[in-house]
Write a protein that binds this ligand. Structure first.
Ligand code: DQA
Length: 144
């Protein structure tokens, strides 16, 4: 069975409470529930990680990505400046889809600069929690 990593970056533990007009009223636990349900339907396994620190996210990816079939990552603000996370994703060479809940291109200018996205197969932004589910569908469809 394919195993996917679902990684959420800094402040996404505050989903539901954090700027609900932008990120919605649902929590990270709600997001994980929705992903688990879809993973069951797609017959894939998912492993979740949320971290507020760059290093802990990189440590998790380095440890868990080998042997996994894909990475779904919302790097949060790290998407805009973390070359360390970009290097990590590039080095791991596991098919990756970057997801943003909000449409980063319709927000502040600094959010249009994306550095980790270069290491991703594709980016989904602005579709809310659905973006994670679409990313998983894409990855589930890829040949191993
Ligand atoms: C975000 C967008 C980022 O710009 C922001 O820093 C986040 C969340 C999103 O999911 O829309 O923390 O990644």
């Amino acid at each position: 069975m394919k195993r996917f990593l679902v990684v959420n970056g800094p402040n996404l533990n505050l989903l539901g409470k954090r700027e609900p007009h932008i990120y919605g009223n649902k929590s990270l636990a709600d997001l994980m529930d929705a992903i688990r349900v879809r993973a069951g339907e797609l017959n894939v396994q998912v492993e979740f990680f949320q971290g507020n620190g760059e290093g802990e996210i990189i440590d998790f990816l380095q440890k868990q990505a080998p042997g996994s079939a894909g990475i779904i990552i919302n790097p949060a603000s790290f998407a805009h400046y973390s070359l360390a996370l970009f290097d990590c994703l590039q080095a791991l060479a596991v098919p990756t889809v970057e997801v943003h809940i909000s449409n980063v291109h319709a927000r502040e200018e600094f959010r249009s600069k994306m550095v980790t996205a270069r290491a991703a197969r594709g980016v989904i932004a602005g579709l809310g929690f659905t973006g994670y589910l679409l990313a998983m569908e894409y990855l589930a469809d890829q040949p191993e």
